[in-house]
Design a protein around this ligand. Structure first.
Ligand code: KG4
Ligand code: ZN
Length: 340
């Protein structure tokens, strides 16, 4: 007897500066390809025009590679999921047009995915290692370059935002702090790296005081640039000498603000299944401190493996997997949405 054919979903992600494609078979990763874009490092942020041009160059080879590595023929796919938004319109258009055309050519369903829901559903991606997934309902902290959200996740397609940032996103706070220090974009991973040799208590940055479950990072950013500017004025070698300590202080303050609200949310909702996802969930201090907090408070904590923290298409395919099973398909003339 032959085994039943697995559900094969191709995911395509192009919302910002990573062109990604992945194939999932019954929710298990068969391939996960990401082509980053170095063009933005020099500019201190993503340049939309450069991003869409690079997506245009990358999309065909990235999708081919994902199918080849998965050992799947395009004709065997059951559905194609793509990121509909939010993101940069020029970038989203590349993935959307490609996915629409491919689904039409193959005569298979198309699934339009919300990038932020995909970050949450990254917890359900099964890799080669058996990784546990949260059960519903759970609380998720989504921390990326564009968003910081506390979400009550009731079902794969039922998520309620219970806290959000009033200004910058957590990833943006890392990236802007890195820019002050003259580090290239994206600065988050570099802050993480330098902070490992730093003392987080050498400099003190203010804690934001915000009622409820919302976040604010702009005050931390302003205090950080003032600290660096004043230090440089009194000693031109300040920044270079203090780099690890400055990175550690910034990281400490951002992570503390994130965990304080996550803890408040757990207490307010009485839900002890807790996930953290999005690019900033790759941060080593956030992972360590969240793990320690979860142990202290008796939460079950879910952190995706690194490959599924930052933008990737496996999470888009995972969202597609849930949507396909629920019969939630998009029309072939579906358009991207830059802001929800
Ligand atoms: O989820 P993501 O790849 O893209 C968006 O949807 O925005 O997140 C990118 C963000 C960037 O701001 C980047 O600096 C940050 O995640 N990031 C980190 C780390 N790795 C990525 N921030 C702090 N520490 C890290 N290790
Ligand atoms: Zn993202």
């Amino acid at each position: 007897m032959t085994a039943p054919k697995p559900l094969l979903i191709l995911g395509i992600e192009s919302s910002c500066d990573d062109t990604a494609a992945a194939v999932l078979a019954d929710g298990v990763v068969r391939s996960n390809v990401v082509a980053g874009q170095e063009a933005h490092a020099l500019w201190g942020g993503v340049v939309p025009e450069l991003a869409s041009r690079a997506h245009q160059e990358h999309i065909v080879p990235v999708v081919h590679q994902a199918l080849r590595e998965a050992r799947v023929r395009a004709e065997d796919l059951d559905a194609i999921a793509f990121t509909q938004g939010p993101g940069l319109m020029g970038s989203l258009l590349v993935g959307a047009c490609f996915a629409r055309s491919m689904a039409q050519a193959l005569g298979i369903p198309l699934i339009a995915v919300d990038h932020l829901k995909a970050h949450v559903l990254a917890h359900f991606i099964r890799d080669f290692e058996a990784s546990p997934a949260p059960s519903f309902p759970f609380l998720n902290l989504t921390v990326s370059g564009g968003h910081t959200q506390l979400i009550l996740v009731e079902a794969p397609d039922r998520m309620r935002i219970i806290g959000t940032t009033l200004d910058d996103a957590a990833g943006e706070a890392f990236d802007k702090g890195a820019k002050v220090l003259g580090l290239p974009y994206p600065g988050g991973p570099l802050i993480d790296l330098h902070a490992q040799r730093g003392d987080p208590s050498r400099f003190t940055l203010p804690s934001p005081v915000i009622a409820g479950l919302n976040f604010s990072f702009s005050g931390i950013k302003t205090a950080f640039s003032n600290l660096v500017r004043k230090g440089q004025e009194s000693d031109p070698a300040f920044m270079e000498r203090e780099l690890p300590h400055l990175c550690a202080a910034l990281q400490h303050r951002i992570v503390s603000a994130l965990l304080a609200n996550l803890r408040k949310a757990v207490h307010a909702h009485g839900i002890r299944q807790v996930g953290i996802s999005g690019g900033v969930s790759a941060n080593s201090a956030l992972r360590q401190r969240a793990t320690a907090l979860a142990a202290d408070e008796g939460w079950e904590l879910f952190l995706p493996p690194f490959a599924y923290c930052t933008d990737n298409a496996a999470m888009v395919a995972m969202a597609g997997h849930f949507a396909h099973r629920a019969g939630q398909h998009a029309a072939l003339d579906v358009v991207p949405v830059a802001r929800w």
